[in-house]
Design a protein around this ligand. Structure first.
Ligand code: NAD
Ligand code: 0WE
Length: 261
């Protein structure tokens, strides 16, 4: 008996086997779900197709979430393949490299809009397009990060985008509750993925994180995926609009621990 027996999930945001979305796909498959995949650009197909096929999936479709037309097309294909779906996973974020460097105050209008388009609006666009094929009891899940709540200096425009994403989760949850569809987010601790690589000092940050976090550990994509499975299963049927931290307790801290008595 799996937590997700009989459910079909559409997963956006697998880039490679380090992706949080890939961890979610593996956990969902283990829990009995059927999983379909959508990836960002042509050159990711060679990465995503073999991964998807290793789970026995035959739904592997390109979709640039910046395009309304691409979103419509991928949902039409999902309807043709599955009829209806139960779960939508949004594991997508992007800001231009320039806007993740330098000072936050120097964020350009174009950079701000791009980050919000790909990382926030896409949740609204994908959810609306999925709605006609979502079963009652269905679940939408997004991925967020602590930089939405508190200033994480180098996270910059992405922090503002994640704050908007978290508010979007709540507004969508209120909208779709009457249709029996839940909308939640997991706020994950730092995980070394493609999106995290190239961020200067990431290893140092992870080390400090594990020393400070109440559980004294880093989190893995498997930790995030198991919580995702719970949030997309009927076990959490009364939870919606929630931001669940999978961060070893880091977010509860105020002042750092000191050694002196
Ligand atoms: P990742 O690079 O594996 O995933 C990000 C995905 O976004 C990629 O698959 C990429 O192709 C996709 N994407 C970017 N632009 C797109 C577009 N225009 N259309 C469609 N897809 C697009 O990295 P990840 O760390 O697994 O990130 C997944 C999610 O988890 C993101 O929302 C990220 O903010 C969030 N998150 C990550 C961490 C972390 O430390 N890695 C922590 C908390 C939250
Ligand atoms: O959401 C993210 C990162 C998202 C991201 C990453 C990139 C790198 C490459 C968005 N856009 C881009 N654009 C690129 O060109 N995370 C939660 C991971 C992350 O990023 C940080 C973090 C953490 C954690 C940046 C600073 C500090 C911590």
């Amino acid at each position: 008996m799996g937590m997700l027996d009989g459910k079909t999930a559409l997963i956006f945001g697998v880039a490679n086997d380090h992706s949080i979305a890939w961890g979610i796909a593996e956990a969902f498959q283990r829990e009995g779900a059927t999983v379909g995949f959508s990836y960002a650009g042509e050159n990711l197909e060679k990465r995503v197709r073999p991964l998807a096929e290793s789970l026995g999936s035959d739904f592997i479709e390109e979709c640039d979430v910046a395009s309304d037309e691409a979103i419509e097309k991928v949902m039409a294909k999902a309807k043709a393949r599955y009829g209806t779906i139960d779960i939508l996973i949004h594991s997508v974020a992007f800001a231009s490299r320039e806007d993740l460097m330098g000072r936050f105050v120097d964020t350009s209008r174009a950079g701000f809009l791009l980050a919000h388009d790909i990382s926030v609006y896409s949740l609204i666009g994908l959810t609306r397009a999925a709605l006609p094929i979502m079963n009652k009891g269905g679940s939408v899940l997004a991925l967020t990060y602590y930089g939405a709540e508190k200033v994480v200096p180098k996270y910059r425009v992405m922090g503002v985008a994640k704050a908007a994403l978290e508010a979007t989760v709540k507004y969508l949850a209120n909208d779709l509750g009457p249709d029996g569809i839940r909308v939640n987010a997991v706020s994950a601790g730092p995980i070394r993925t493609l999106a995290a690589s190239g961020i200067g000092g990431f290893r140092t940050y992870q080390k400090a994180f594990a020393e400070m976090a109440p559980l004294r550990m880093n989190v893995t994509k498997e930790d995030v995926a198991n919580t995702a499975a719970f949030l997309c299963s009927d076990l959490s049927r009364a939870t919606t609009g929630e931001i669940v931290h999978v961060d070893a307790g880091y977010n509860i801290l105020g002042v750092p621990e000191t050694d002196e008595e």
